[in-house]
Write a protein that binds this ligand. Sequence first.
Ligand code: C2E
Ligand code: MG
Ligand code: MG
Ligand code: MG
Length: 285
Amino acid sequence: YAQLKNRGGSVIYNDSMRKQVRERLELETDLQDAIYNKQLYLNYQPIVSLETNQITGFEALVRWKHPKRGLLSPTEFIPLAEETGLIIPLGQWAMMEACSQLRSWQQKFPQLSAISINVNLSGIQLGNPDLINQIDDLLDSVGLTGESLKLEITESFLMENLMDNSSIANKMLEQLKERKIKLCIDDFGTGYSSLSYLHHLPIDILKIDRSFINPKTNGRKNSDIVKSIVNLAQDLGLALVAEGVETPSQLAMLKELKCDYGQGYLFARPLEASQAMEFMSHQFN
Ligand code: C2E
Ligand code: MG
Ligand code: MG
Ligand code: MG
């Protein structure tokens, strides 16, 4: 909680801070309810092959329909969920929901058996020794194999937690690999990875952060940066996804540089499950 100390060491604790603390506590209680009262739901954003223009999968993105505050984006509550530990049940719910959804799509469209679902994983979940059992149980109950599931972990988390070879997180990554669950580094390029360390990690996919694809202020030629990430991915034998593709010229640049996959508003925004289904059905007409 935000607290300021003045020179004498006593705490200045004003009304606005009191309000902040109260709102945070409220949101925390609300989030607990939300998980059990079905106020959370997932959106699905297509990931597209730049070579074939086919959808290869979807990223599941959580949303919260708050009874008083309206629709909240994950950036407004995932950090809170991480601080309070609620990310464990939330993350478990998200994975279950995403996998059941994929399974039900596959049953409707047998052509879709190769489509996969990406689920975001918080570092805290990766440090939970129970995660692998939860994943085994849920894949089993839904009727999917590990090949259909991809997990996204941010670069900054990986770099903070994986330098120690004996860590729980490291073992978890190995266990995921045994199940053919693919691992993506999310927001790649923003977390100052030690490049020499990258090839030691059991990862399969890099997702280039959207700030390199769609720079707001950057005057530098972003294509140079993207090009070096494309080369890096090739050298390491990793697949590459560009996040935040918004314009045809960005798409042209990515195709020219031979980036494998793209995701972004140009293809589709994150969609509700029914819209995602509709979007996919065009692929088979
Ligand atoms: P992320 O995993 O990097 O997800 C991509 C974000 O970029 C999404 O924001 C998506 O809506 C947005 N995006 C996609 N295409 C474009 C584009 O063309 N332009 C722009 N400007 N934005 C685009 P969203 O849905 O608000 O999610 C924000 C972050 O919240 C995610 O970033 C992820 O880190 C986290 N998150 C979402 N769902 C979950 C979850 O189930 N568990 C965990 N642990 N984190 C989640
Ligand atoms: Mg992600
Ligand atoms: Mg990302
Ligand atoms: Mg992000």
